[in-house]
Structure formats: C-alpha cells, structure tokens
Design a protein around this ligand. Structure first.
Ligand code: FES
Length: 170
C-alpha cells in the first residue's frame, strides 16, 4: 500500500518557465565556450529531461544551430526530450526471474508507487520500465534502480527498498 508521501498522479508536469530556464543557464554560465554535452547533462539533471524551450535558449547562448543540438540529443540514448522520473527502476520480466516470482515483484513496485510500466511518479522521482533480462539471472527475481542491482526480491523487500531509496533521495 502506498504511503501518503508517495501519493502519485500520472499527469505530465508543466514544463519549466522561460525564467527557470534562463536562471539555470545563467547559473551554469552557458556561453559559446561551453561544453555542449556537459550542459545538456546539467539541464537534464535539473529538469529530468530536456525541454525544447531550453534547447532553443541553449542554441541562442552557445550560438550552436538548434538543428545540431537536436542531432546530439537524438544521438545519445541518455538524453530524454519528454518528462520522466529522475531514477529509473528496471524490473526484470525474463524467464529466470519469471519462474522465481517476477510478477509479484512488479506488482509490488506498481502498488507501492501507484504507477504502471512506462509511467513516472508525479514527483518525477521514479520511472518504471520492464526489461527482458538484466544479465544477473543468478539474482532472480531482480530489479535495478539506476545502476544499482537488487536481487532475490520479495514484495516486502521491494517495499522496504523503495521507501529507503525515497527517504535517502528526498
Ligand atoms: S531473467 Fe531476470 S536477470 Fe536474467
């Protein structure tokens, strides 16, 4: 069952305002000398994704053509142009995990965060994905949060991991 601090709504958040974008780019000291990839990472860290308006302003300040910036953004899988959760949970639905209860693990994640596969929590903290195999079948049933593996999961353990993670990253 969800705790009240984790109450979610799946509606997309409002994009950042021009003022918020300008303030962030000011604080990053964006100029024609800036490292584009580094700035894109910083913008995504701040907003959770790369809002189109931020890319436009970035183009203006760096004097890099917007088409080139879009080219870089679409080349790297690490960049997202739609809002998404800051921390990605990957639940394995592969065979080894399936036979050891991956369905119950996924149910527990969905219940705890009140989201479905492919959705993000309203506070943008978590994005949920399912994957065919995490490459750690010996840990079945397994999931990842960002780059961290969690294995031999039970619904109770999932709840505890997610609550601890949320408390640590609040
Ligand atoms: S099947 Fe789940 S980690 Fe391989």
């Amino acid at each position: 069952m969800s705790d009240t601090s984790a109450t979610q709504d799946k509606s997309a958040p409002a994009p950042p305002s021009e003022a918020e974008i300008a303030s962030l780019l000011d604080s990053l000291g964006v100029s024609p000398d800036s490292n584009l990839i580094g700035v894109l990472q910083d913008v995504q860290d701040q907003f959770g994704y790369l809002p189109p308006a931020a890319l436009g302003e970035l183009s203006r300040r760096t004097r890099i053509p917007l088409s080139r910036i879009w080219g870089v953004v679409s080349f790297y899988a690490q960049f997202y142009t739609e809002p998404r959760g800051r921390h990605t949970i990957r639940c394995c639905r592969g065979t080894a995990c399936h036979v050891k209860g991956a369905g119950r693990v996924l149910d527990a994640v969905q219940r705890e965060l009140d989201i479905q596969d492919g959705e993000m929590t309203e506070d943008l903290m978590f994005q949920l994905e399912t994957v065919a195999c995490l490459g750690t079948c010996f840990l079945a049933p397994a999931m990842m949060i960002d780059n961290q593996y969690f294995g031999e999961l039970t619904p109770r353990r999932v709840q505890s991991i997610l609550r601890s993670f949320r408390a640590e990253h609040a």
